[in-house]
Design a protein around this ligand. Sequence first.
Ligand SMILES: Cc1ncc(COP(=O)(O)O)c(C=O)c1O
Length: 366
Amino acid sequence: MSKIFLDDPNLGDLEKKYLTKTIDTNFVSVVGPFVPEFEEKFAQYIGAERAVSTQSGTAALHMALYQLGIGEEHEVIVPTLTFIATINPVLFVGAKPVIVDVDPIAWNIDPQEIRKAITKKTKAIIPVHLYGSVCNIEEIIEIARENNLFLIEDATESLGATYKNRQTGTFGDFGCFSFNGNKLITTGGGGMIVSNNQKQAEHIKFLVNQARDASKGYYHPEVGFNYRMTNIEASLGLAQLERIGNFLEKKRKFRRIYQEAFNDLPYIKFQEECNNASGSWWLTCIKIDKKNIDIDNLMLKLKDKGIPTRRIFIPASEMPYLNKYSKSCPNAYEIYNQGICLPSSTLNEEEDIKEAALAIKETLNG
Ligand SMILES: Cc1ncc(COP(=O)(O)O)c(C=O)c1O
């Protein structure tokens, strides 16, 4: 079997070409033409008025909360099944995360749980489009409107996913993306925050650059942050953005290959998507609905066969410092206990995924 990749980045000649330009021009840091060009092209791709690059997806989420004035005395509703970086920024700004369960089908924040968790202090909701599966965004928008809440989409895992042909990340006040090494496209490490509110977005652009008013030299009228993307990172981002169509096609095709291969295994349940959505399937994930399934053991057996997998995120409720903020989350625990992420890197070819699927099937049946 050829080498199988889980979530490794896909870099090639185009990235080398753009990267070389940054060195040839000596623009390796935060000044240089690639940063504004990447922001512009990303905004166009997403269909948002403005995109502001950041040092990470975590920084993007932090800036969204900060810009909206969320702080002490406020509560922000978040799902328990996510990467920890969805929740930590809520604590950075001094607000209280209210951690709720996900639905058992798409594994995303459950609108009913959001409704139950709203109090007078609730200021915002951060839905996460987990692993590239789109949230029930229409209902979440409705809840936000009815209750006068801000909506910050954590679209770090769902770049390219759409709902009614509109990109995730464009439905709320802000949408946040990550270009970490394992994401659909990578800049090595980096993020983006998008908005249709030009004024707020420009203020974030100013905040991430130490809130510097360069017209007055080193003058800083308010507290700022150093959350800027570098020209080197943006060069990679531009190259990757040119290849995004092919990456997305592959991710979606890989999921279909797994679905076909596991068609006759009724105990395998794929993470699904809601109506009118087209997931990006950054990672294809399944639940193995078998009594006493030992995921760690399964992963070891697969590793021996050269198939890398990863566990579903440990529910955030499980973290000692977050436990007190959490509601009851049985669905997330079930997904964690039975779920697994399958090889999904675009470095794989269709044949590799077919072989991987067969080997996984053999192991499950064995
Ligand atoms: C759901 C989620 N939120 C936030 C982040 C944070 O992104 P970053 O690693 O770029 O800070 C990530 C990715 O790592 C993520 O998967």
